[in-house]
Ligand binder design. Structure first.
Ligand code: FEO
Ligand code: CA
Ligand code: CA
Length: 698
């Protein structure tokens, strides 16, 4: 059946993301006009330029040697690997010196490919832990794609799993608790004969149940890293209709009141939960990302509200999923404040299935990719978060309350007390050396300094909230955070995704996934006038960047450098922490980040623009082999790699939207993963372990 959703355009985007993914995942955020049309002053216009410290470890490791082959070669036109075999040894060999890969990096890199399977290194095993529709709550039926009901779906594993967390079980050493978010639903691939113009009420309600989160008890398999799904009292589904409590400066204000919730305190559900984080107090943080797409736009009289809807890209006309047909709250003409109740960072206590999850409004409202916690020596909690749209910003929240080990009730209030900041940065190389090609400037680094600019201070316990933005009240800064950040001249980034803090060096890593409109020419030139900058030095950036910050975590100053300029290492525009580019895997569109127990950074990708499937990569961050990057696994065609979780015993990835291609439908599936045959592709969770040892060891 033909797809005729509102925005099913041909894919103009250079990444491999399909138009189906674009419509259902992010409401075509990649196609439309830029949401950020603000005219932020350039940092250098406001502050005197200063000499920035070069942020750590940029020494170039000279390991030339033309005989060495790429670890994970770029694909040729047929999608098969070119450039020779994989790096078979754990040694990085060059003509003059010989380097040994860092601990945890001893695996044979996986070649770029377009297979309809999860490809893992030799010597490793894999299993699917759970897939869309599998029972989560005891008594739920096994998945039957032709007989779905909303009542069943509320007890089964949701669609499009994204963030993944894993913690020890509180009272069973043979079990662990797995938790994840379900970002979005792709209805044309979920239902036979789906009519996007006229979804049935049951289909819409199955969509609501397909969103949210899963908490799942899993058992350990002795002698391996394998995990098995179990029923247990902690198993829980959270959906688009589960009650959440609003906490902080926006709670109870006129900006969040609706006819169903005249006090502005309780929200039904959570939407488009992308990545997240596990807190040191064992709760799950989850970012509400592209929430705009669920709302039918309309005529809004309130000027501020109308401006905000526009700033988030809410368009006039029906929504793609037509949820407004079955619940007025998804129609902004009828409920103009309902969108203000999404776009938050939510916190869930996975160990209490009866607990009401929280939306922390002190952390600001934007398209939250995630929330990741770092605790300073004095117990101050710092929460980093990116706003994943083109030319949006990086934020951090610094708590005024201190972390108290073992005091869950206290710790779950920390994100309601403190100050929200947005990042402003500048480069240290002359602007003429940043020509948009991605080639390094004369000082050998894309680097510079920055500062965190205060937006909002919250003291929820005493109901005291202070705006630091001229002309905006505290609740306006909380709800209209993008506009507040515009006003203080925040730095426009290339789609900030996950932000993670290195567990030992405490450096902060930011995935900047891509930005087609940065310095664009031709048709796209009018979409935004932002050109290449030292922090975003590639025009029409299609492969993304990974930034490294040395941050005074609780303070207001930082230095930064680009650790990775992603892409095909054969291209001059790429940079791998100074490592020999002949010996790294191609990587494109970095998204989710995680650290292993050795301090290697693991990067999952979304939208590989190099004609290969997305994958999971490990890169060394410190020492002589800093920048050595290897592909650990690839996911099936059309899928995005999410999660990930990496520990000594296992690697876990959430395989999101397998088979999501431009013309894919239920009837015309382009993937049959994971069940094979002619089966419907299902988003699923994969566990990988080494047959005889720890992950990444010889
Ligand atoms: Fe849902 Fe920013 O990716
Ligand atoms: Ca520089
Ligand atoms: Ca993501």
């Amino acid at each position: 059946m033909a797809l005729n959703g509102r925005n099913l355009l041909a894919n103009m985007f250079t990444s491999s993301r399909s138009s189906l993914t674009c419509t259902y995942k992010c409401g075509n955020a990649c196609f439309g006009e830029c949401e950020n049309t603000s005219d932020n002053p350039y940092f250098g216009d406001q502050f005197p330029r200063r000499t920035a410290l070069r942020a750590g470890g940029l020494a170039v490791v000279a390991v030339g040697g033309s005989s060495a082959l790429a670890a994970c070669a770029a694909p040729d036109d047929n999608g098969s690997a070119a450039g020779g075999s994989s790096n078979k040894t754990s040694e990085v060999k060059g003509s003059d010196i010989e380097l040994t890969s860092a601990e945890g990096m001893h695996f044979e890199a996986v070649d770029a490919n377009t297979k309809d399977e999860v490809v893992i290194p030799k010597g490793y095993e894999q299993t699917v832990l759970i897939a869309w529709g599998d029972p989560v709550i005891e008594g739920a039926p096994e998945f039957d794609v032709n007989n779905q009901t909303a009542a069943d779906a509320e007890k089964q594993f949701g669609f499009n799993n994204d963030f993944a967390g894993l913690i020890e079980h509180p009272d069973d050493k043979n079990r662990m608790i797995y938790m994840c978010s379900h970002e979005y639903t792709t209805e044309p691939m979920m239902f036979p004969n789906y009519d996007p113009e006229n979804p049935t009420e049951e289909q819409v309600k199955i969509g609501w149940a397909g969103h949210g989160h899963t908490i799942l008890e899993v058992s350990k398999v002795k002698g391996s890293g394998e995990l098995k799904r179990e029923f247990g009292p902690l198993n829980r589904r959270i959906t688009a209709t589960t009650p959440f409590t609003l906490v902080g400066p926006a709670k109870g204000t006129d900006l969040v009141k609706t006819s169903a919730d005249p006090k502005g305190e309780k929200v039904l559900g959570t939407l488009n939960n992308c990545s997240g984080g596990v807190t040191p107090w064992n709760t799950m943080l989850s970012g509400e990302e592209n929430f705009d797409q669920y709302f039918a736009g309309g005529d809004i009289k309130d000027e501020k509200a109308a401006e905000s809807l526009k700033r988030f890209g809410i368009e006039e006309g029906p929504s793609d999923r037509k949820w407004e047909k079955y619940d007025d709250r998804f129609d902004v003409t009828k409920e103009p404040n309902e969108p203000n109740r999404f776009g938050w960072l939510v916190e869930i206590n996975p160990l209490d299935p009866k607990s009401t999850p929280i939306k922390h409004t002190a952390v600001g409202r934007f398209k939250h990719e995630a929330g990741n916690i770092h605790i300073t020596k004095d117990g101050t909690v710092v929460c980093y978060s990116g706003d994943d749209s083109r030319f949006e910003y990086v934020y951090k929240f610094v708590s005024s309350k201190k972390y108290k080990e073992g005091d869950l009730e206290h710790n779950m209030t920390i994100l309601d007390h403190g100050t929200l900041y947005v990042a402003k940065m500048e480069g240290n190389s002359p602007e003429k050396e940043i020509d948009g090609s991605g080639v390094l400037p004369e000082d050998g680094a894309f680097d510079g300094s920055g500062e965190w600019v205060k937006l909002l201070t919250s003291d929820t316990e005493n109901n005291k909230f202070e705006s630091h933005v001229d002309g905006m009240s505290a609740e306006e800064v909380a709800v209209f955070t993008r506009e507040a950040a515009d006003k203080v001249g925040a730095t426009k980034m290339d789609r900030p995704e996950d932000v993670e803090v290195h567990p030992e060096t405490e450096k902060v890593y930011i995935a900047l996934t891509n930005n087609k409109y940065r310095g664009a020419t031709g048709e796209n030139a009018k979409k935004n006038k932002e050109d290449a900058k030292e922090w975003a030095p590639v025009k029409e950036n299609k492969n993304g960047l990974v930034m490294e910050l040395e941050d005074d975590h609780a303070g207001e100053k930082f230095t930064w450098n680009l650790f990775l300029v992603c892409g095909d290492p054969r291209e001059a525009s790429t940079y791998f922490g100074g490592f020999d580019k002949e010996k790294v895997s191609p990587i494109s569109c970095p998204d989710n980040l995680a650290f292993d127990n050795h301090g290697n950074l693991w990067i999952s990708t979304d939208g590989n623009a190099l004609d290969s499937n997305d994958g999971l990569y490990a890169v060394t961050t410190e020492g002589e082999t800093r920048g050595e990057l290897k592909c650990f696994l690839t996911v099936p065609a059309g899928a995005e790699t999410c999660g990930p979780i990496v520990d000594d015993d296992r690697v876990m990835v959430n395989v999101q939207h397998p088979g999501e291609a431009d013309d894919a439908t239920f009837e015309n599936a382009t993937s049959h993963w994971p069940d094979g045959g002619k089966s419907t592709p299902r988003p699923a969770v994969v566990v990988v372990w080494k047959k005889d040892g720890k992950i990444g060891t010889e």
